[in-house]
Design a binder for this molecule. Structure first.
Ligand code: AMP
Length: 420
């Protein structure tokens, strides 16, 4: 019986894995430039962490978690996102007792039982950053600048940055009441999800993607018009800092994060060219989350980028060149009696950090040259009777097609000269 990968998952084979490495490298380099260091957390956690940290009324928790009992009857869940684990680690290791702000990034697989489609998977990968311990609006701006710089460094310039403020628990509570009074008369027109959650979580109705819900709320008041002075000032400073940095954004009244611990800045990055699932990343402030997860009252802010959607976006960039999978040296072995010596030569090359390979399937000389071409070898080193007996190697530069002979002990420097 043939076993296939589970629905909503996929394999990344070479050469596509090169693209992943390229994206990961750029993202990590950019995060380091901004002073963020890596945190690695487990792929599964106690279920209650996500119930509290992601929110019991969210789709993720109510419908999408991969939850299972382990052999000791503990309820565990494959992580659906990265923030809750970072908060848990911050509290568990009392990291907040040290130097603030704490600036972390993470990357890895996340799991959500959602309906698979282009850009939406059940195992997908996120890169995210979190910064804890500062209320400064300039940190909000920095986080957004990091996100934008990552896109630029990847060559992705056709994006839309959506921005809003969801206020603080005080001004949001006033708005929440106003919102409920507006929803009540139209609630029959809302989708079943919005109908069932609107009393607990009315802000979610604002960013529901169902057309009927969008229609029903068109003349609703905006949270932006109900922000308190502090929240308005915070938002204005974030915006003016982005403007000073030449970062273009769209104020988006319907961009909300419904849960109580989300505060102030909320943002999303869209790349419209990738299709219906155009959000490549999103984030915001969550000043109440650390406390909700059993820690002290410490503010936080972060974002997560979806790697699969970045890959989709990169496919649409004409200047994007696939990272070339090439080989420095192909060692063509002309007789199997030199196999052991060939392995010694390969060892010398690789120890000198020269990427080298050979044939292991008994190809003829001609077939080995074809194979070397296929591997993208820059240089072919020939190893036959002549070469071994005389202590010389014949080196063929595959670009210039020139051939030269070098003494065995000079092979490394000769190859490095060509590669330089
Ligand atoms: P979220 O954690 O829901 O705010 O998502 C942040 C980013 O992760 C999104 O903008 C997407 O790029 C990506 N993402 C979320 N869910 C999925 C999924 N099921 N498949 C692929 N990417 C996803």
């Amino acid at each position: 019986m043939q076993v296939k990968a589970p629905r909503g998952t996929y394999d990344v084979l070479p050469p596509d894995s090169k693209k992943w490495q390229f994206i990961e490298q750029i993202i990590e380099e950019t995060a380091h430039l901004f002073g963020y260091n890596e945190i690695r957390t487990p792929v599964f956690e106690h279920t209650e962490l996500f119930e509290r940290g992601v929110g019991e009324t969210t789709d993720i928790v109510t419908k999408e978690m991969y939850t299972f009992q382990d052999k000791s009857n503990r309820s565990l869940t494959l992580r659906p996102e990265g923030t809750a684990s970072c908060v848990r680690a911050l509290v568990e290791h009392s990291v907040y007792g040290g130097v603030m702000p704490v600036k972390w990034y993470y990357s890895g697989p996340m799991f959500r039982y959602d309906r698979p489609q282009t850009g939406r998977y059940r195992q997908f990968h996120q890169f995210g950053v979190e910064a804890f311990g500062s209320h400064s609006p300039y940190l909000d701006a920095e986080i957004i600048m990091l996100l934008v710089q990552i896109l630029h460094n990847l060559g992705l310039i056709d994006y839309e940055l959506h921005l809003n403020s969801v206020g603080c628990p005080v001004c949001r509570e006033t708005y929440r009441q106003i919102l409920i009074t507006h929803i009540n008369p139209v609630k029959e027109k809302l989708c079943p999800d919005c109908q069932s959650r609107y009393e607990k979580n009315p802000l979610r109705v604002l960013d529901c993607k169902i057309e009927d819900c969008k229609q029903a709320i068109t003349d609703f008041p905006f949270i932006f018009d109900h922000l308190c002075d502090n929240c308005k000032q915070h938002y204005n400073l974030v915006k003016s800092t982005l403007e000073a940095g030449g970062i273009h954004y769209l104020h988006d009244n319907n961009l909300v994060r419904g849960l109580d611990y989300y505060t102030n800045t909320a943002f999303e990055i869209h790349i419209p060219s990738i299709g219906a699932q155009s959000a490549v990343g999103g984030g915001g402030r969550y000043n109440g989350l650390v406390k909700a997860c059993g820690g002290p009252d410490i503010p936080g802010i972060g974002f997560a980028l979806g790697m699969e959607r970045l890959l989709l976006a990169l496919d649409g960039v004409p200047e994007y060149k696939e990272p070339y999978s090439s080989l420095d040296v192909f060692l063509a072995v002309l007789d199997d009696k030199y196999d052991v010596q060939a392995m010694q030569v390969l060892e010398r090359l690789r120890t000198a950090k020269i990427m080298a390979d050979r044939d292991y399937t008994g190809r003829s000389m001609k077939a080995q040259m074809k194979y070397a071409d296929k591997l993208g070898a820059r240089i072919v080193v020939l190893m036959g009777e002549d070469e071994v007996n005389r202590g010389f190697f014949t080196i063929r530069d595959m670009q210039s097609r020139e051939q030269l002979e070098v003494k065995s002990e000079q092979i490394i420097s000769a190859i490095k000269d060509i590669l330089a």
